[in-house]
Design a binder for this molecule. Structure first.
Ligand code: FEO
Length: 163
């Protein structure tokens, strides 16, 4: 059995991952509506990935014999100033998720919960990628500024993402 403290914190992480999916889907919808299908595709693939993260935590708690219960997911922002504003929000959110994962990992160590420590390692590594990808897009958008040509090129590139 997993401790009540770990259960409570991992359950809160499931909520944070589901919120991530909700936020990225809201962004995908905003881009879709503005006819930037490539940005929308990237974000909707990202939303699916976040659902996958939530399910991974859910399965882990199930495997540890816990009864998972759910709280409300808060409403995401639905409008952004421009693509750079939106992707800055992605990067900021991923940094927040990383901080949460590291806190969970520190808690697992404090609780002498070796299984959770090992399980959380995957997420620690995953967050390096998540932050890297978001930061790369922010840097590209920063270079592009308001060049429509640049936005079209990046839109085409991000539209190649599978998922
Ligand atoms: Fe599930 Fe983007 O962190």
């Amino acid at each position: 059995m997993i401790s009540n403290t770990m259960l409570k914190e991992i359950t809160a992480q499931i909520n944070a991952e589901l919120y991530s999916a909700y936020l990225y889907l809201a962004m995908a919808s905003w881009f879709e509506n503005a006819n930037w299908g490539g940005f929308a595709k990237w974000l909707s693939a990202q939303a699916k990935e976040e659902m996958g993260h939530a399910l991974k935590f859910y399965k882990y708690l199930n495997d540890r014999g816990a009864h998972v219960t759910f709280d409300a997911i808060k409403a995401p922002q639905n409008e952004w100033k421009d693509p750079l504003d939106a992707f800055k929000a992605v990067a900021k959110h991923e940094a927040y998720i990383t901080a949460r994962i590291l806190k969970l990992s520190a808690l697992a160590t404090k609780e002498n919960d070796t299984a959770s420590q090992i399980f959380l390692q995957w997420f620690v590594t995953e967050q390096i990628e998540e932050e890297k990808h978001a930061d790369e897009i922010v840097r590209m958008l920063d270079l592009i500024k308001n060049s429509v040509h640049g936005l079209f090129m990046l839109n085409a590139q991000l539209g190649k993402r599978e998922g």
